[in-house]
Design a protein. Structure first.
Length: 269
């Protein structure tokens, strides 16, 4: 009988425990599988449709942008300055030692031009992300003979002549010497991080001279040999314009430019 009962209980998820002392008693313990069955969930009615979201109010016209965002500046916030300026007189021959003879490959220097820039006080460029500009040595001359760059700009001085060159400067804005390089060689870039005039020389060729203007503004150019120029992207407002024709020939002009305006000037006098 106990055997039959035990078999029946085991079939229904129960186990039999034999108690010491010879007494056969059967205790039934509910198996965990029998007691852990998940209860049956009664069916529910179909979900009711969610209520429609309330419409969001439209932003007020001309609303200010959210904090932390920067609205793009419309192109009309800038103007263009163009016109003509006086250019320097042709440079006289450079004084050299009496025994100095320029190489036969020497060609005329670039025609003189005027350097022009608008404003000041802008932060320097990041040299690590700024594309270097180049002042070549070609025809035993600096080309271009006058160049303007913004502070932080790296400049490379590649040699494109068949003779040795060594570019240097002792100017307060930048003292440097790139060493001697032959044709096809390119010295490492020189970063110009201080505003001012840098007078370029060649350690090998006495007649070679160049002008590098380092300015703390992104708005600059050099004129054409006839004095014509054009500067775009100038912020609307009042500005000081600097005209540089040489170390002892610099002047400033005042302008006020409106958004979208093309301001034409004649500064030849």
């Amino acid at each position: 009988m106990h055997t039959a009962l035990g078999m029946a209980l085991a079939a229904h998820g129960f186990v039999r425990i034999r108690i010491a002392g010879g007494l056969a008693a059967t205790a039934v313990i509910a198996a965990s599988a029998a007691w852990c069955q998940a209860p049956v969930t009664p069916p529910t009615a179909p979900d009711a449709p969610a209520p429609a979201a309330a419409p969001q109010p439209s932003p007020a016209p001309n609303a200010a942008p959210d904090a932390g965002t920067s609205a793009p500046v419309p192109p009309a916030a800038f103007g263009t300055l163009k016109g003509r300026v006086k250019v320097p007189a042709p440079r006289p021959p450079v004084k050299t030692r009496s025994d100095y003879v320029a190489p036969a490959e020497t060609t005329p220097a670039d025609p003189p031009v005027t350097a022009i820039w608008v404003g000041a006080g802008a932060p320097p460029r990041d040299p690590a992300t700024t594309e270097p500009v180049r002042i070549r040595q070609e025809g035993i001359q600096f080309r271009p003979g006058t160049l303007v760059v913004q502070t932080g700009t790296p400049v490379i001085f590649p040699n494109e002549d068949q003779v040795l060159h060594a570019v240097r400067s002792q100017s307060a804005a930048k003292k440097f010497n790139v060493g001697r390089f032959m044709k096809g060689e390119e010295p490492p870039p020189v970063v110009f991080d201080k505003a001012g005039f840098v007078f370029l020389l060649c350690e090998v060729h006495e007649h070679m001279q160049g002008n590098l203007l380092v300015v703390d503004t992104p708005h600059f150019c050099t004129s054409a040999p006839d004095g014509s120029f054009e500067l775009t992207g100038i912020p609307a407002g009042s500005h000081t314009v600097t005209l540089w024709r040489g170390r002892k020939d610099e002047e400033t002009r005042q302008i006020t430019i409106d958004a979208g305006q093309v301001l034409e000037v004649d500064w030849t006098k």
